[in-house]
Design a protein around this ligand. Structure first.
Ligand SMILES: [Zn+2]
Length: 89
């Protein structure tokens, strides 16, 4: 039954390769997550970043946060958020 043993070895090799690939993919995903984390942290550190985005509640006349709102109530900046509006609605 030499053929069987060859097949088993081939299978074993394939499994090992698959595991290696999975590990590499995991590492790649982890590096992606790290990048996302870093980006999020810089956004938080800068704080005023969200003021570049129009408050969608204000636009709809529903925001009662006034100056305390984390988003801008300046309708003139709306063109900055068009992309965000399209993805969130
Ligand atoms: Zn608001």
């Amino acid at each position: 039954m030499k053929k069987t043993s060859v097949n088993d070895k081939g299978k074993e090799f394939a499994e090992k390769a698959e595991k290696k690939k999975a590990k590499e993919e995991e590492a790649f995903l982890n590096s992606l997550y790290k990048t996302v984390k870093v980006v999020k942290q810089t956004e938080i550190d800068e704080g005023d970043e969200s003021k570049n985005f129009l408050c969608q509640f204000f636009k709809a006349g529903l925001c009662d946060k006034g100056d305390l709102c984390e988003f801008s109530h300046d309708l003139n900046i709306e063109f900055n958020v068009n992309l965000f509006v399209e993805t969130t609605t």
